[in-house]
Design a protein around this ligand. Structure first.
Ligand code: SAM
Length: 267
């Protein structure tokens, strides 16, 4: 059986704890983030501090959001309040805009994210895009492939459309299981997300866009005519020049936006 104890801490599966232990990989991730002194940054799930230490060294001060009380106690022992502000709790409920409340610089978000909550955390964070400069995450490779997927591919879905609508996405490099303790079963990847300027986004009603994309991918094997029945009729598809016999996975982000705008203009 694999030893689940690292640095005197027993890794908790329910918190998705796989701690980075390869110094070369840690260095590559920090180089990819390029932290600059004085920047406002938050790390989600600092764990045993593999990335926290080099980030504080470069930034001077860092915010972290961590759910595990044992790990929080260690962080308090190791760092002063001038170096580290610890937000104890669930990142899925954390108001990231509270870290930019003083109207200061846009926030940078980083983290080796707990894999068991990767999709909900990405949707939660997407809600703060207006306050964010960029986000750099490690996630399981399969999720990153879905985030950056192109239309017409098997990986392309709701996550791809909703994130690519709001962010410029870039997959940076892969990280093998051996870089962690305990080692996860899957390959990981680093992904960077930079919010697109508001004027480039184009959806008049973003909530409606979300509903349409959710419906289009709700039943993957059905055509748009079926999945979007509630929103679009044949004439609507004709007006947009979109074939209602296609499946959602064939539509580009721009075509989803065109459908949402057509529906909101029609009322
Ligand atoms: N950053 C560390 C590293 O790279 O070694 C730890 C990464 S580990 C994959 C995920 C971390 O997220 C753990 O420290 C875990 O306790 C924390 N975590 C899990 N669920 C969380 C949640 N809902 N909110 C905040 N932190 C969470």
């Amino acid at each position: 059986m694999q030893d689940r104890e690292t640095d005197g801490h027993r890794a908790r599966k329910r918190f998705g704890q796989n701690f980075l232990s390869d110094p070369n990989i840690i260095r590559r991730i920090i180089d990819a983030i390029r932290p600059q002194a004085g920047e406002a940054m938050v790390e989600i799930g600092p764990g045993l501090g593999a990335m926290t230490a080099p980030l504080i060294e470069r930034l001077g001060h860092l915010h972290v959001v961590e759910i595990d009380r044992d790990l929080i106690a260690r962080l308090h022992e190791r760092y002063t309040p001038a170096q580290l502000t610890v937000h104890e709790g669930d990142a899925l409920k954390f108001d990231f805009s509270s870290l930019c409340a003083d109207g200061g610089q846009p926030l940078r978000v980083v983290g080796n994210l707990p894999y068991n909550i990767s999709t909900p955390i990405l949707f939660h964070l997407a809600g703060f895009a207006d306050q964010v400069k960029d986000m750099t995450f490690m996630l399981q490779k399969e999720v990153v492939m879905r985030m950056v997927a192109e239309p017409g591919t098997e990986e392309y879905g709701r996550l791809s459309v909703m994130l690519q609508y709001r962010f410029r996405m870039g997959r940076m490099f892969d990280v093998p299981p051996g870089a962690f303790r305990p080692a996860p079963k899957v390959m990981s990847s680093i992904v960077r997300m930079a919010p697109l300027p508001r004027e480039q986004l184009g959806a008049q009603d973003e909530a409606l866009l979300g509903q349409i994309v959710t419906a289009a991918f709700g039943q993957r094997r059905k055509t748009l005519k079926n999945t979007l029945r509630e929103f679009m009729n044949d004439a609507d598809f004709d007006a947009l020049g979109i074939d209602a016999g296609l499946r959602g996975e064939k539509l580009s982000v721009a075509q989803f936006v065109a459908i949402a705008n057509h529906c909101s203009a029609r009322g």
